[in-house]
Structure formats: C-alpha cells, structure tokens
Write a protein that binds this ligand. Structure first.
Ligand code: FES
Length: 149
C-alpha cells in the first residue's frame, strides 16, 4: 500500500500537469463546479448535444426579467464542466438582454482561455444557455404550453 507521502506527490504531479495546460480558473471551476444540478420546474430549460457527442443541460429561474438562479449538468469533459460552471455564474443576476450577449468568447475570457481543442466546450455552454433563454421566451409568450412540459 502506498504511503500518504507518495499519494501527495502523485496529486501534486497531476496538478502540475493540469497547470501546464489550463488556467487556475479552469481548474477551480472543474474541481469545484458551481451550480451543478437542475432547477425543478424551471422557467427556462435547454439541452444541447455538441459535435463531440457530449450533452449539456441548463435550467433557469427567472423573476422580473432577471435570472435569479441557473444550474447546469453535463456528461462532457472537464472543460465542459468548467464552461457550464462559468456560464451559469455569468448568467445569474443578469437580465435576459444581458444574458443574450454572453458568447463563447465571454466564457473563454472569464476562464482565462482554453486549449484550442477544448474551445468547442465553451461553445456548447453558450449554445445551451441560449437554448434555455429561447425556451424561457417561448413559454413566456405562450404560458399555457407550460402545463404540457
Ligand atoms: Fe465534448 Fe468537451 S469534449 S464538451
């Protein structure tokens, strides 16, 4: 059995490898994702599967035209977890008009960048947020449809 010392060394080596590739913010949002889960009976809900085959879901609670809560779920990679965590943090407290301005670049800037091969993970998060807003707006205009969800 390995001693605590060698486990610690292994952990530090893994973290050092991650720091070579990802920003501190990406690592933090991946290891401690914010808003992971689902809001029950959400006011807006989006589910998108990206070209890589991974799926993200975002659910929103909206009050007086503002996002008062947002949650995400994904079966994707670590950078999709970081992107979902960041995009839901960015959405909270914003108006619908402000949220519609969130792009993949916004997420990338806030995360301190992603490797080229992971940029599509931020696109997945931005697209899923947009779908959840579209869903909110559709049901806002036709509230009778909510009963059939
Ligand atoms: Fe599919 Fe990151 S590889 S979302």
């Amino acid at each position: 059995m390995e001693s605590d010392g060698s486990f610690k060394e292994l952990e530090e080596a893994v973290m050092a490898d991650m720091r070579d590739i990802y920003s501190e913010k990406v690592i933090d949002h991946f290891l401690n994702p914010r808003n992971l889960g689902q809001i029950q009976s959400p006011d807006g809900f989006g589910r998108v599967t990206g070209p890589c085959g991974d799926t993200m879901e975002i659910s929103l609670r909206v009050k007086d035209g503002k996002i008062i809560n947002a949650a995400f779920w994904t079966d994707g990679c670590g950078t999709s977890i970081a992107s979902g965590s960041m995009v839901t943090e960015l959405a909270k407290g914003k108006t619908i008009a402000e949220v519609l301005k969130i792009t993949p670049n916004t997420i990338l800037e806030e995360l301190g960048g992603l490797p080229e091969e992971s940029i599509h993970c931020s696109v997945l998060a931005a697209n899923t947020l947009r779908e959840s807003i579209k869903d909110y707006l559709a049901f806002k205009n036709e509230p009778w449809k909510r009963a059939y969800r």
